[in-house]
Design a protein around this ligand. Structure first.
Ligand SMILES: Cc1cc2nc3c(=O)[nH]c(=O)nc-3n(C[C@H](O)[C@H](O)[C@H](O)COP(=O)(O)OP(=O)(O)OC[C@H]3O[C@@H](n4cnc5c(N)ncnc54)[C@H](O)[C@@H]3O)c2cc1C
Length: 385
């Protein structure tokens, strides 16, 4: 169980706040509007230890509890959500190795992931399979002490700038149930591993989303996480709690950031001789936005603390992810409306939060699926005897 002393946590968060104020806030528009990879910021993330934030100290990471980690993600996302994806997806790769890898795999890969020397992400989605992950078509066939992998992944965060991915494949495409034929590999770039096109997006700029194409990509058998076939789906599912806490924290950040922008603007902008917050229509919006942001924060920290206590928290993390992402969407829309015409201007920050928010409703399980999963678990926990 990861723990942090309260004074150390306060110091770390103060460092993060200073970094956001000095390095991110002044440059976010420049990077976001040009959809430019923020190379300097990535170097600073390495120095801050963010690529090893949740990796255990024995493997070179900071070993932060989920609650502290979520707090960092909230603070960055309140200014620029997209860049949290550069280390979030990477940490999901590291988590899969730390949780399910063999000791030699952990010793080799984790220190390199934690330092940011090797960066990457999670490659699950395919052109014909997103929600229905068991429907993937990518195959890995064993040949001696190697596997040969063929197929295509799409929408992979860090796909172009990253160099190593947790790759979900079918080692037995005929297996029933389908999940029992799935395996997860640590897949570094090399011959047979090609990068396709960079995908153009509404928001979530600067972080690359790419297609990955595998044509007779040969990978040593010791890159199979845990070195036992057929566990890939379970291994991916094992990262979902932290993954959903991640996305929830991004949603909280956007919801809080949008609220802050609206709060400032509503006090400065005057119509009919008074600041617009004094008009009841605007005050009602602010009241709802503040409540949503706070509820989203509390749900997210509640799930993160349960995770840190080692409790099962899939339902709590799902609720946090669902609520916080919808809060991000609603608060960014309302904040844009409060800004009037200026909310529609690229010179103001709110348009970025408005473009970034919808992704939080899609990633780590769409919100349609999220509600179904919550309901299923709710019934299970409240079964009539
Ligand atoms: C910017 C971005 C970054 C991403 N990064 C990554 C990444 O790093 N790695 C990765 O592997 N993937 C990534 N993804 C992919 C993402 O995880 C998928 O888009 C997501 O899982 C949904 O899959 P899909 O797009 O194929 O939608 P589909 O599965 O085709 O779903 C379409 C619609 O149907 C609904 N639906 C589907 N099945 C059901 C059902 N049984 N009941 C009710 N509703 C249902 C969905 O909720 C959705 O509304 C990323 C996506 C985006 C947009």
């Amino acid at each position: 169980m990861n723990k942090i002393d309260a004074a150390d946590e306060a110091q770390l968060l103060a460092t993060i706040d200073r970094w956001i104020a000095r390095e991110i806030a002044p440059r976010v528009k420049e990077f976001d509007h040009a959809d430019k990879w923020p190379a300097e910021i990535v170097e600073q993330m390495k120095e801050l230890g963010l690529f090893g934030a949740t990796v255990s100290p024995e493997y070179g990471g900071l070993g932060l509890p989920a609650a502290t980690y979520a707090e960092i993600v909230m603070r960055i996302s309140s200014v620029w959500m997209a860049i949290t994806g550069i280390f979030n997806s990477h940490l999901m790769l590291a988590l899969a190795v730390e949780k399910f890898g063999t000791e030699p795999q952990k010793r080799f890969w984790l220190p390199r992931f934690a330092s940011g020397e090797i960066r990457g992400g999670l490659a699950l989605t395919e052109p014909d399979a997103g929600t229905d992950l068991q429907g993937i078509r990518m195959t890995a066939r064993r040949q001696g002490d190697h596997y040969v992998i063929n197929g295509t992944k799409t929408w992979i965060s860090n796909g172009i700038e990253g160099s190593c991915f947790a790759l979900l494949v079918k080692t037995n495409p005929e297996a029933q149930p389908r999940y029992s034929g799935m395996s997860l590999f640590i897949a570094p770039k090399g011959p047979g591993f090609k990068v396709g096109r960079k995908l153009e997006k509404l928001g979530y700029k600067s972080i690359d989303s790419g297609e990955l194409i595998f044509e007779d990509y040969r990978i040593p058998a010791d890159h199979l996480i845990g070195e036992v076939e057929g566990r890939g789906f379970t291994q991916v599912a094992g990262g979902l709690e932290l993954g959903r806490i991640n996305v929830a924290a991004r949603g909280v950040g956007i919801a809080e950031g949008a609220l802050r922008l609206a709060t400032d603007y509503a006090q400065i902008r005057k119509t009919f001789g008074k600041p617009i917050f004094e008009h009841q229509a605007i005050a009602l919006k602010l009241g709802e936005m503040a409540t949503r942001a706070r509820a989203a924060r509390l749900l997210t920290l509640d799930a993160a603390r349960a995770f840190d206590r080692g409790e099962r928290c899939d339902m709590e993390a799902g609720m946090a992810k669902y609520f916080a992402s919808e809060a991000a969407l609603e608060n960014s829309t309302e904040s844009m409306r409060i800004h009037g015409a200026y909310g529609y201007s690229k010179e103001y920050d709110i348009e970025r939060l408005y473009r970034d928010a919808p992704l939080t409703c899609i990633g780590e399980g769409t919100n349609e699926m999220q509600r179904l999963i919550i309901a299923r678990q709710w019934i299970k926990r409240n079964a009539v005897a």
